[in-house]
Design a protein around this ligand. Structure first.
Ligand code: CP
Length: 304
């Protein structure tokens, strides 16, 4: 079965193929002209955790390709509230949909779903583990801005412990060459050792910086993340607001530096950054539609 559970499921060639397909679909004249591609298909969106971008961009991608959409946006409206297991919920949804897009708070939930599903499962975020389609959106945005991924220097800022988008993006960057990643964040939210080891083993030049100000002049990209308080164990110290980017700090940046953020932001990017030429996070989120169209076509084995 053609699941997308982890970015590790995809070779660099397959990633590049998906990004090429997204670029082919991402043309103004194609926006309203693709509804024949998935006519008759149904996409099931199973969102056990809050989402704006992932769910709505998947649903928009499906609808623009002509597919129908069924699903739920919170666990409380489903029979999991009555005690149904994830596996049984998956068994039901695969009877109603041709592909399942799953977001769930538990690490490994997408892999559990894939184990019982007879239709493709796409991981829309499993707890603090991975978010592979966000990584495809990130890489697409990077490639569009820089024309390449190899050789870039990226600062990862904020919650590197619970930040699943960081975990997946670093794993994908390990498939590219000559990448430098500078990690900036509170010590209590440092990148897990397994991710550090994997990145280093695969040739990423991994560095640490105490201050975002020190990293800014050195990098091509700043990848900001939200502090994920909802994943903190009870009683953990609040470190919100400790790494904040504002327009003044970007005075030391290269002209070409771009700021990414998977969003939502809380207070880690001041709104005065939005109007600078460095801000790329809103176009990044908009890229979710063509990228997820490419994912749906790919996992369903439909050629445009
Ligand atoms: N980037 C992202 O996953 O956003 P949502 O949580 O709004 O889906």
């Amino acid at each position: 079965m053609n699941h997308l559970v982890t970015i590790g499921d995809l070779s660099r060639d397959r990633i590049e193929g998906l990004l090429d397909l997204a670029a082919e679909l991402d043309q103004p004249e194609k926006k309203h002209a693709l509804s024949h591609l998935l006519r008759g298909y149904v996409v099931a969106t199973m969102f056990f955790e809050a989402s704006t971008r992932t769910r709505l961009s998947f649903e928009s991608a499906a609808l623009r390709l002509g597919a129908g959409v069924v699903g739920f946006a919170e666990a409380d409206t489903t029979s999991t509230k009555k005690g149904e297991t994830l596996e049984d919920t998956v068994r039901m949804c695969m009877a109603y949909g041709d592909v399942l897009v799953l977001r769930h708070p538990e690490i490994g939930s997408a892999a559990r779903a894939a184990k019982v599903a007879s239709v493709p499962v796409v991981n829309g975020g499993d707890g603090a583990n991975e978010h592979p389609t966000q990584t495809l959106v990130d890489l697409y945005t990077i490639r569009k801005a820089f024309g390449k991924v190899d050789g870039l220097r990226i600062a990862f800022v904020g919650d590197l412990l619970y930040g699943r988008t960081v975990h997946s993006l670093l794993a994908a960057l390990a498939k590219y060459t000559n990448i430098t990643a500078t990690l900036v964040g509170p010590k209590s939210l440092a990148l897990p050792e397994s991710h550090r080891r994997h990145a280093t083993l695969h040739g990423i030049d991994l560095r640490d910086a105490d201050r975002l100000e020190d990293a800014i002049p050195e990098v091509d990209l700043v990848y900001m993340t939200r502090i994920q308080k909802e994943r903190f164990p009870p009683g953990a110290a609040d470190v919100g607001g400790s790494y904040r980017l504002d327009a003044k700090m970007l005075g030391a940046a290269k002209k070409e530096l771009r700021v990414l953020h998977p969003l939502p932001r809380v207070d880690e990017i001041a709104t005065d950054v939005d109007a600078t030429p460095h801000a790329l996070y809103f176009p990044q989120a908009a890229n979710g539609v063509p990228v997820r169209q490419a994912v749906l076509l790919s996992v369903l084995g439909v050629k445009p």
